[in-house]
Design a protein around this ligand. Structure first.
Ligand code: PEP
Ligand code: MN
Length: 332
């Protein structure tokens, strides 16, 4: 159950109520909000006089649920917003990993040429092998910050574990929590303490319930700015890297109030179909699209097979614009 306490309830009283109901507690700028376990169906009598409104819930998908807020949350990304009544679909693109100043500068100039505001690049890579490139770390984050200073980008960069989460929060504008890291409570709790937008990627063996519950950790810690990213789940199929779960996207749109971002690059794992998949994603009326693009994918240090050449990304952008328009969306 979500409980909005009256705005004049003191901090200590609010904490007493949170303790007696075993609730998570945060202040939403107007009032203290308590989130009890969802099995609680009746407002306890001891809270009645201090309560402004309450919402009994079916499951522990609570703050992210449409039954709490019927409109998708608005999230500000630089000077544009997604969600709410905006109808914007934000594109964030760039290499899988930041590899060098020269490389990220080439990516930045492509995005500037195309009017793309979101520049992505990982600096802490969650690799499957310890012998693969692990990312440039802080040096990479500083390169991304430099690109933002020079071009005014919204920087999207990922956190691999809790040891460097504060560095990513300091340098990036959107904190990406990777598919392999989305269960890490150290990361989720640190991301709850900032107000920067958090992009949570779905683990490839993660149910929709578990996925949204990861978002609940951030929301119930007091950060309302959470986006969900579907990037493919593991199925019996091996010809493609993963299977992009568009049914799951339909479910998330219907049941949650969080903006939805789609990442076709990691789902397919090969560059040949990324434009087709992007068209399909945009046609679903999503809030954002994350695409991997590299100045020379043949020498990319991670995810080489799926990163687009610059010309392929130019073509993709041309293709998705009319698709977006057809479903009442604008690519930003
Ligand atoms: C990435 O965005 O480069 C990445 C590693 O994504 P995921 O966590 O979805 O595998
Ligand atoms: Mn990648």
């Amino acid at each position: 159950m979500i409980i909005h306490l009256n705005p004049n309830v003191s901090e200590s009283k609010a904490h007493d109520h949170a303790k007696s109901t075993e609730s998570a507690i945060f202040h939403d700028g107007q009032r203290f909000v308590l989130v009890t376990p969802s099995k609680l169906k009746e407002l306890p009598a001891s809270l009645a006089s201090d309560t402004e409104a309450h919402w009994p819930m079916d499951s522990d998908i609570q703050l992210a649920s449409k039954s709490y807020r019927s409109e998708t949350r608005t999230i500000k990304l630089g000077d544009v917003s997604i969600g709410g009544s905006s109808n914007n679909t934000m594109v964030a693109a760039g290499p899988c990993s930041v590899e060098s100043e020269e490389q990220i500068r080439q990516s930045a100039s492509l995005m500037t040429e195309l009017g793309i505001k979101g520049l992505r690049g990982g600096c802490y890579k969650p690799r499957t092998s310890p012998y693969s490139f692990q990312g440039l770390g802080l040096e990479g984050l500083k390169l991304l910050s430099k690109m933002r200073e020079e071009n005014g980008f919204v920087i999207v960069s990922e956190v691999r574990d809790a040891t460097h989460v504060d560095d990513v929060i300091e340098h990036a504008d959107v904190i990406q929590i990777g598919a392999k890291s989305m269960y890490d409570h150290g990361i989720l709790k640190a991301c709850a303490k900032t107000k920067k937008p958090i992009l949570i990627k779905r683990g490839f063996g993660t149910t929709l319930q578990e996925f949204v519950q990861a978002a609940e950790f951030v929301l119930s810690g007091g950060n309302p700015n959470v986006m969900l990213c579907e990037r493919g789940i593991r199925t019996f199929e091996t010809k493609t890297r993963f299977t992009l779960d568009l049914c799951g996207v339909a479910w998330l749109k219907e049941h949650t109030n969080l903006p939805i971002i789609l990442d076709p690059s990691h789902a397919l794992g090969y560059r040949y179909g990324i434009e087709d998949l992007s068209n399909a994603c945009v046609a679903m009326g999503i809030d954002g699209l994350l695409v991997e693009v590299h100045p020379d994918p043949s020498v990319a240090k991670s995810d080489a097979a799926q990163q687009l050449y610059h010309d392929q990304f130019r073509d993709l952008l041309k293709a998705i614009k009319p698709v977006a328009q057809a479903v009442g969306r604008t690519i930003v």
